[in-house]
Design a protein around this ligand. Structure first.
Ligand SMILES: NC(=O)c1ccc[n+]([C@@H]2O[C@H](COP(=O)([O-])OP(=O)(O)OC[C@H]3O[C@@H](n4cnc5c(N)ncnc54)[C@H](O)[C@@H]3O)[C@@H](O)[C@H]2O)c1
Ligand SMILES: O=C/C=C/C=C(\O)C(=O)O
Length: 486
């Protein structure tokens, strides 16, 4: 049987290369595709195509024409929903129930929201006096930055890639996308949709490969790339920022997290349990906004730990097509080994393992898949590595607290600052605590409720910049002032 081939997409055409790497199934480690790795020559071609497209029909399109095309892209994703769904689940192993409700719908929504934003962008205008008395006017004008390098992670592949490509294209830029080597398929498939939607060749390009000494590095060090937007681990972001420094290119960085949930005794208990189950375990914990540290007010601590463990033990671990599966495998054997190493470390650091802590027994070929058990720990000190380092798996540590100040101190004691979830019925306290969390987004009595018009991004080591609604314009446009003498 011929293996599925995942090609690069350059200047509106699919491009094969002589060097390929295998994409393994997260379910059983079988090879499901050969991915064509872009070398320096292909990255050069992609950047050149993107630059040429900036001076072609794309540049001459009005905002209304760009908006029409972005809506056509969204419609194209929805028209081919099942293809995107199958590709995303094959690459990630995530349950179809997650990809069909989150990943793929957001792929379309991310084009629509920024088409709507770009239609309604106010800019500033000033009248000024001049010595000759005739005066002058000034107005702000937002033009494209140029060629944007887009580097993506593997946990929400289509969602996070389009969260960048949507605003980039809405603002008139062109892009070269480097998807994660773990999840190449939906970015490649989007090329067909771009062509069908009438996006001119060269506006959207995809190069496959890895980071160092591969497409990722070739793209971020390319002198004709005008800006770089990255989502991934903080240590990778640091490397990319160094590359962007040459030529003083702007960067937008969405990076790691070690997010806390604070559960007060007065909370809606069932809602707090339901919300923490999702924030700690959905997508097998592979969500940057997910909760890995839970702080529970002491009067309900034992009850909370017992109920969270009871309910997560009821979550079915299974294949994407299993409608009852709520937990899939991790994305790769490599990531499975990383998460299991933290399970081992937690035991060595003296954690009480309330549930999980290892690998589930999987039948047949599935035993070779990247499966781990959902895991809950208690009993660790705040200095433990399991409390300080991002694990990015289906696991969390739960600790008691006695005062609001203690909870805030512990929750804020992290080099990361991405997200927080706060559970309380006390409205004044909700505002007080949410505002004092040193993060980019605080949810109160909820988690992962997303209004795409709001600012999204991380503080501290979790990110640089904000994307979402008009906030994306700061990165994806060049704002200039035009002064006209009257
Ligand atoms: N803040 C957010 O919005 C957000 C969202 C999703 C994931 N994340 C973070 O991403 C991480 C998981 O994703 P990941 O494992 O794919 O991250 P990663 O940093 O390993 O890789 C991300 C991307 O960077 C590329 N890359 C790696 N080294 C590079 C280099 N030297 N030059 C250029 N590109 C390079 C990879 O090939 C991949 O495409 C977690 O830390 C998670 O918290 C953050
Ligand atoms: O894993 C991280 C999730 C990021 C989510 C978003 O960027 C979003 O919802 O726009």
């Amino acid at each position: 049987m011929t293996q599925k081939q995942i090609l690069n997409f350059i200047d509106g055409q699919y491009v094969a290369t002589q060097k390929q790497f295998a994409k393994h199934s997260p379910m059983d480690h079988s090879v499901i595709a050969q991915v064509h790795e872009a070398g320096k020559a292909e990255v050069d071609r992609a950047v050149a195509a993107a630059r040429a497209a900036l001076d072609g029909p794309w540049a001459r399109m009005t905002v209304a024409e760009r908006v029409e095309r972005l809506y056509a892209v969204a419609d194209g994703i929805n028209r081919r929903f099942d293809e995107f769904l199958a590709a995303e689940c094959a690459d990630t192993g995530k349950p179809r129930s997650i990809a069909s409700h989150i990943d793929i719908p957001r792929g379309a929504a991310n084009f629509k929201i920024f088409a709507d934003v770009i239609k309604n962008v106010p800019t500033e205008f000033f009248e000024m006096q001049t010595p000759d008395g005739r005066g002058a006017i000034n107005y702000g004008y937002r033009g494209p930055v140029g060629v944007v390098g887009v580097i993506c992670p593997w946990n929400l592949p289509l969602l996070l890639m389009t969260w960048k490509v949507g605003p980039a294209l809405a603002c008139g830029n062109t892009v070269v996308v480097k998807p994660s080597e773990e999840t190449p398929q939906t970015a490649a498939l989007l090329g067909e949709v771009m062509n069908e939607a009438g996006i001119p060749p060269g506006v959207y390009n995809v190069v496959h490969g890895f980071g160092p000494d591969s497409a990722g590095e070739f793209l971020t060090t390319h002198p004709h790339v005008d800006a770089i937007t990255f989502t991934g681990e903080t240590r990778t972001g640091e490397v990319i920022m160094k590359a962007a420094a040459k030529g003083a290119r702007p960067v937008s960085m969405e990076m790691g997290g070690k997010n806390a949930a604070i559960v007060f005794a007065d909370c809606d208990f069932d809602a707090a349990i339901e919300g923490t189950l999702r924030s700690a375990f959905v997508n097998s914990g592979q969500v940057c906004l997910g909760t890995e540290r839970v702080y529970v007010e002491r009067p309900i601590f034992d009850k909370f730990v017992a109920e969270l463990a009871r309910q997560i033990e009821g979550w079915k671990i299974g294949l994407p097509d299993d409608p009852d599966a709520k937990l899939g495998p991790l994305v790769s054997r490599e990531h499975q080994q990383k998460v299991l190493s933290y399970y081992q470390l937690a035991a060595e650091e003296g954690a009480t393992v309330v549930t999980g802590g290892g690998k589930p027994a999987m039948a047949g070929a599935l035993a070779d898949g990247a499966w781990v058990q959902p895991t809950i720990w208690t009993g660790l000190p705040e200095t433990a590595r399991v409390i300080r380092e991002e694990i990015f798996g289906p696991c969390c540590h739960i600790a008691p607290f006695d005062t609001e100040e203690e909870a805030l101190k512990k929750a804020n004691d992290s080099e990361y600052g991405l997200a927080a979830a706060i559970w309380t019925r006390d409205v004044a306290r909700a505002h007080r605590v949410a505002q004092r969390m040193k993060v980019g987004i605080s949810w109160v009595n909820s988690w992962f409720l997303r209004d795409l018009r709001t600012p999204f991004g991380g503080a501290k080591h979790s990110g640089i910049g904000r994307e979402g609604g008009v906030h994306s314009l700061e990165f994806y446009t060049e704002l200039k002032n035009v002064c006209i003498k009257l």
